[in-house]
Design a protein. Structure first.
Length: 115
């Protein structure tokens, strides 16, 4: 089992930056893949980025060049650095982990970008 706790969301003006953190309850080096999804009001949850244990990273086109995922194995933490934020980035951001063929989700953190 993997428990995930996100933090770092908040209110920011368009063009601003935020860094989200996701702390896992077990060593992230043992987790097959981690990443972030988001869900905007009235919309389906969508993939933002995935980061596999082999080092493969895939971003959704809408965030390429603005968002960066990174990991700190010593802290069991995955980060999402978000720059040049746009109002359309407003959503609840969820951390996920794929471990032993199961998907685990965090509780989500709200990101609101004002125009």
């Amino acid at each position: 089992q993997v428990r995930l706790v996100e933090s770092g969301g908040g209110l920011v003006q368009a063009g601003g930056s935020l860094r989200l953190s996701c702390v896992a309850s077990r060593s992230i080096s043992s987790i097959n893949a981690m990443g972030w999804h988001r869900q905007a009001p009235g919309k389906q949850r969508e993939l933002v980025v995935t980061y596999t244990s082999s080092g493969s990273i895939n971003y959704v086109d809408s965030v390429k060049g603005r968002f960066t995922i990174s990991r700190d194995n010593a802290k069991n933490t995955v980060y999402l650095e978000m720059n040049s934020l746009k109002p359309e980035d407003t959503a609840v951001y969820y951390c996920l982990a794929v471990y032993m063929q199961r998907v685990y989700w965090g509780q989500g953190t709200q990101v609101t970008v004002s125009s």
